[in-house]
Design a protein around this ligand. Sequence first.
Ligand code: HEC
Length: 124
Amino acid sequence: MLTLLFALACTDKATHDSSEHHHGDSDPVQNQDSDEPKDSDEPQDSDEPEVEPGEALYMEHCAFCHGEDGSGTNNGPPVTNEFHHSDEELVRFMLEGKKQMEPVEDLTEEEAYLIAAWMRAQWG
Ligand code: HEC
């Protein structure tokens, strides 16, 4: 029993001592940091480039074969020079395929038009 009390007292004392030590050492520094209001307005938020839906869709469905920059890969030819085609034709390529190009799966007509518009803005 005596040993237990002694142990508890020791633990108490040790905890108390170390927490006081902690207070004295680090609190003034921490307070200085958290009192600064500049942390709340992060300029990075407004600088983030917005990814257009057409771009995201192109990267998801087409870049694998035609390259992120449209310059082509081993799986498909460049698509940076296809704008003699109308959007309607480009959309038809995507949805129905053309020669070696299989119809692109899981793509709605609306998404295909977004991709066509984005491609034309990039490379047209
Ligand atoms: C699995 C690979 C693959 C994917 C995925 C793919 N393509 Fe193609 N694409 C091809 C190939 C191969 C051709 C060449 C077709 C041919 O002329 O034989 C082609 C041709 C084209 C052409 C030129 C058609 C012509 O004859 O003028 C366009 C435009 C095009 N693709 C757009 C897209 C777009 C947009 C997507 C995404 C929605 C896409 N492709 C996804 C492989 C792909």
